[in-house]
Design a protein around this ligand. Structure first.
Ligand code: ZN
Length: 193
């Protein structure tokens, strides 16, 4: 069954160990921020730092594991039609829009959407880490470390598939940041098999 996440919103749901989560970009050019928490101990959470350290790469794709703060594999990428995702940057937030965009009345962003969706699972905002940003395109200059946020490379219907290696609570958004999504806000879809 296909679930939809409306533009600039988020969702939280459970995925059991061994199940597959497919994140789909129905229209193309849209980012989805993904978080994972261990359902039996919600203090165990997805870790960008651990994952990138063990991968010795900042771009992850098919075959790569996503580790927790306790160095357990939470998810593994088992299929990837796009090959460019970000795991460096935090979920966009009201502060992102205030500081980077100069908005006076900023949207709550992926951070606020994730915090609201995950609240019923006992997650507090301070427990939200760097998300795995599906389809987010952040090229980095290897000499200077300078990066830019470019439109996603995903085309309509492209997807990435994760296999759960723990019983998880997942947070997932249709990203709210203009720069990340080529200037327009589109839905995200997902499926659990
Ligand atoms: Zn976002």
């Amino acid at each position: 069954m296909l679930h939809d996440i409306a533009p600039r919103t988020g969702a939280a749901f459970t995925v059991d160990k061994g199940q597959r989560l497919t994140v789909i970009d129905p229209q193309g050019g849209q980012v989805a921020d993904l978080l994972a928490f261990n359902r039996s101990d919600m203090a165990e959470v997805l870790s960008s730092g651990r994952t990138l350290d063990y991968a010795s790469r900042i771009y992850l794709t098919t075959g790569d594991p996503l580790y927790s703060n306790r160095s357990n594999v939470m998810l593994r990428i088992v299929e990837d039609m796009v090959g460019r995702h970000d795991f460096l940057l935090t979920p966009c937030s009201a502060d992102t829009f205030r500081i980077l965009y100069g908005d006076d009345q900023p949207h709550r962003g992926c951070f606020g959407n994730l915090a609201a969706a995950l609240e019923p699972y006992g997650v507090t905002p301070d427990a939200i880490p760097v998300a795995f940003n599906c389809f987010m395109n952040v090229p980095v200059n290897g000499e200077t470390g300078t990066f830019t946020v470019e439109p996603p490379l995903s085309r309509a219907g492209d997807h990435i598939v994760f296999e759960a290696e723990q019983d998880l609570v997942i947070g997932l958004t249709a990203c709210s940041a203009p720069l990340s999504n080529g200037g327009s806000f589109k839905p995200i879809a997902y499926r659990i098999d």
